[in-house]
Structure formats: C-alpha cells, structure tokens
Design a protein around this ligand. Structure first.
Ligand code: CP3
Length: 352
C-alpha cells in the first residue's frame, strides 16, 4: 500500500479509484480548538503562516485529527503579495487589509515580479516537509489566488461587498487593470511552479470573487488571466492536476471548464447533477456540500454527502465543501463529514 500513490492524486489524474477522495477547504483554521489555542500563543496571522514551523504544524492539525485525503498548505492567497511590493495584514474580525491600496499607474509600474524562492522560502520549506512526512497517506495540495481575486484585494484594500473600486478601474481605466492582472498572472504562475517543485502534488486556484463579474466581464478580466497562469504552469508541469474554485460560479461554470483546468470546484448553489451535465466529461468536479450543513445533524450531513456522491457518479469527483468550513462549526461534524466520505460506498450500498 505504501507504494501506491495517494488516492486524491490518482483520482485527480483521472484514474479509476475505490472511492471519491475527501478534503475540505479551510480545513485548518478557527473551528479547531488546537488551532485557536495556537493562535492565542501566536496572534499574528502572518507569523502563523510565514514561520515554517508554525505553518507546518497548522497544516498537519486536520491531518492528525481526521486523516483527510488531502493536506493543504497553511498560508493565504495574499501571502505572495509582499514579494511583489504590496504589503498586507489580516486583522481578526476585519479580514485582510492592504495598505496602501494599489490604485495608480505609478503603483502598478513599481510592482516587482515575484521571485518565489527568494520572497517565500518558508512556503517551499513547509511543502517539502509536508510531502516527506505525509508520504503516500495523503496528497499535498498547494494553492494560489487567481489574478482577478488578488487584484480585487489589492485595489479595494480590503474585503468588499460591492467591488466598486475595482469595477470603477475596470470600466474607467481598463488598461491599468489589465497591466496589474498581467503582472499578477506571471508572478502567480511562477509561484505555482515553485509550489510544485517544492512538493505540492495538486494545486488549487482560488478565484473566489470572479463570481462577482457578469459573464461578459469574466471573459475579459478573469478567464484570460486564469488561463495565462494555467498555460504557463502546464507548459512546464503538465502532469500536476489543477483545480479552479470560484464562489458564486453558477453563471460561469461552462467558462471555467474552458480555462484548461483539470477539475472544476463547484459551490453549493449548483446541484451536483446539473454541474456535471454542464461540464465536459473529461473534466473532474470537486465539491459541493453547503458548509452550513455542518451545523446540522449527523444524519443531515450523511444524507447530503450521499446525494452529492450519487449525483457525481461516473465522473472524476473529489468530495469537498462548496466553500471553506465556517468558524464555529462543531469539530464532531467535521469528523462526520470525513468519516462518511471515507465510508461512502458501504453507505451507498446500504442505501439501495
Ligand atoms: O484551506 C486551508 O486550510 C488552507 C488555508 C487557507 C487560508 N486562506 C487560511 C486562512 C486558504 C486556502 C485561504 C485562501 C483564501 N484567503 C481565500 C480563498 C478561499 C475562499 O475562502 O474563497 C481568500 C478569499 C482569502 C482571503 C482571506 N484570508 C479572508 C477573506 C480571510 C478571512 C477573514 C475573516 O476574518 O474571516 C482570511 C484569513 C484567513 N486565512 C483565515 C484562515 C484560516 C482566518 C483567520 C485566522 O485564522 O486568524
């Protein structure tokens, strides 16, 4: 068994597998007591994510607790920004703060191309330690933010409900925004390659806020830059599966499938059967249980997992939530999610 490649990696590459692999977005984080205790001792998000010992320890917390099929690097999509000259912090209860926000031609001209090994050596160190220690018991996942979503943070300066500052830029100064998006795309492609070279076996691209765009604008400001990252990575690392996640993606699902990714991660507002029908058969699907189900009863969680797996039958499927697990989720319910996912075939057999 130890010689067999991990389940999630085999599934992501399109091999026939014994059951859908299972992991969770944000599976390391505030819903876990061990994480909250560590956060009390190390209150700075940047310390927790940029000190390799802490980032490694946090990445392993859900693996120790639940043995998911994927272990995701503990970091943030904003982590590479300082390496390009954009400073940030994450403030408890406020979220990310980018100060100063990037809004002028002079600021965009001053951005540096990211040199990941120099700017983010801790990421390489954590990924190689994870890869070595996890072995074939799970797949090590890297991740990045896609250009539109990173630009949204850089330009807005914080989380936004309306995206009015970046949309003002998109519809008044498109050339400036395209320059920023292009810079981000080339730097992020280099970062993905660095993560893969360091030990990431699958990489997820988060374009979390691309669902805020009308499809006609998604085609101009999001998709070409997702594709630019994917094309550059595939040119040098064709065998590493790439997953694309967007929150509120129902209006752009088919478009996501045309970016060159291997797996489309669905949020929970799309029925899994409809999502599968809208994507070509060769593409995998990930998801898509509503994170809110984990506030429900164990029976409700189990039932929804079975429904999801049944609907994805015949497809390459990675069982996951439709977005990150929410703070306040009972840890026993996260356990129900993982345990049900691992026993899904026995449970489905029993259900028919
Ligand atoms: O999945 C994992 O376990 C890996 C860790 C991870 C984090 N952020 C850690 C984190 C991942 C994959 C991310 C990605 C991320 N970060 C995204 C894309 C995924 C998504 O949710 O759509 C986005 C948009 C961000 C930006 C960001 N960072 C936000 C919106 C927040 C939350 C702010 C808040 O207070 O709710 C963060 C902070 C953050 N990143 C936390 C964690 C565990 C919570 C803060 C903390 O632990 O102190």
């Amino acid at each position: 068994m130890a010689d067999t490649l991990p389940l999630l990696l085999r599934a992501a590459r399109g091999e026939q597998v014994e059951r859908p692999p299972v992991w969770m977005m944000r599976q390391a984080g505030r819903y876990m007591k061990v994480y909250r205790d560590l956060r009390d001792r190390h209150p700075g998000f940047r310390e927790r994510s940029e000190n390799p010992d802490l980032s490694y320890e946090i990445s392993m917390q859900p693996f120790h607790a639940f043995q998911p099929d994927g272990v995701i690097l503990f970091s943030d999509i904003l982590t590479p920004l300082p390496g390009m000259g954009i400073d940030f912090d994450i403030i408890e209860s406020k979220g990310p703060i980018i100060e100063p926000a990037i809004r002028s031609q002079a600021q965009v001209d001053a951005l540096r191309p990211l040199d990941p090994a120099k700017a983010l050596p801790f990421v390489g160190e954590v990924l190689s330690r994870l890869r070595q220690d996890v072995g074939n018991a799970a797949t090590v996942l890297g991740f990045v933010g896609a250009p539109w979503t990173l630009a949204a943070y850089a330009v807005e300066g914080k989380s936004s409900k309306t995206y009015s500052v970046i949309k003002a830029m998109a519809f008044r100064e498109p050339a400036l925004l395209h320059q920023l998006l292009g810079h981000l795309a080339d730097s992020i492609a280099a970062y993905v390659r660095y993560q893969i070279d360091s030990g990431a076996q699958v990489v997820q691209l988060f374009d979390s806020w691309a669902g805020q765009l009308s499809p006609i604008d998604y085609d101009v400001f999001a998709a070409p830059y997702q594709k630019r990252v994917i094309d550059q990575v595939k040119a040098t690392h064709p065998d590493t599966p790439l997953i694309l996640y967007i929150s509120g993606s129902a209006g752009v699902l088919e478009r996501m499938g045309r970016t060159g990714v291997d797996i489309v991660s669905l949020d929970w507002t799309v029925d899994m059967a409809d999502g599968c029908a809208r994507l070509p058969q060769h593409l995998g699907v990930q998801g898509n249980v509503d994170p809110g189900l984990l506030f429900g009863t164990p029976e409700a969680i189990r039932e929804r997992i079975l429904d999801t797996v049944r609907k994805a039958k015949g497809r390459k499927h990675i069982l996951n939530l439709g977005h990150g697990i929410l703070p306040g989720t009972p840890e026993e319910n996260a356990r129900v999610f993982f345990e049900t996912g691992k026993a899904v075939h026995e449970l489905l057999g029993a259900a028919v």
